[in-house]
Design a protein around this ligand. Sequence first.
Ligand code: ZN
Length: 187
Amino acid sequence: MKQLLMMLVLVQLTFVSCDAQSTQTKEKKITMSEAKKNPVYSKNDSSKVNLSEEEWKKILPSDVYYIARQKGTERPWTSKFEKFEEVGTYYCAACGNSLFKSDTKFDSGCGWPSFYEPISKSSIIYTPDNTHGMQRTEVQCGRCKAHLGHVFEDGPPPTGLRYCINGVILDFEKAKETEKKFNEKKG
Ligand SMILES: [Zn+2]
């Protein structure tokens, strides 16, 4: 009886340690491949990124590539950022360029994350888009020219603009505690 108990304990221990090991290696693999896969991604480097379509295809996940380089559109209401109210900054998922602050985000009801103002003039490039029988203005990342979405003139004050952005091309980073306090004081 005692022996059987010992064996049971041993078997259980083996399972536990196996589990812990496999999660650990999985986590390591993800971080390593991400760092290696996109060499142009940087939140500090503002120099323009100029890669061939072939190179982009190699370094971007397929859903990001489809939006960024093929000017795709994600299905409405599918982005986790559509109803998302955390305080922080939204970056370009293709290159890390800072695009929007959470305090310029608003609920437009259109099915895509919407903002009324980009972080800076250089965040965004504006291009006329006359496809699909419409006259629209396309917005692209100011650093890597990734397609982000479109801008419309039916937004809230102070700009009156609605930047309608595909959530797939957004990377969110939560504000640090000190930054949050600073913003609270300011507002
Ligand atoms: Zn970019």
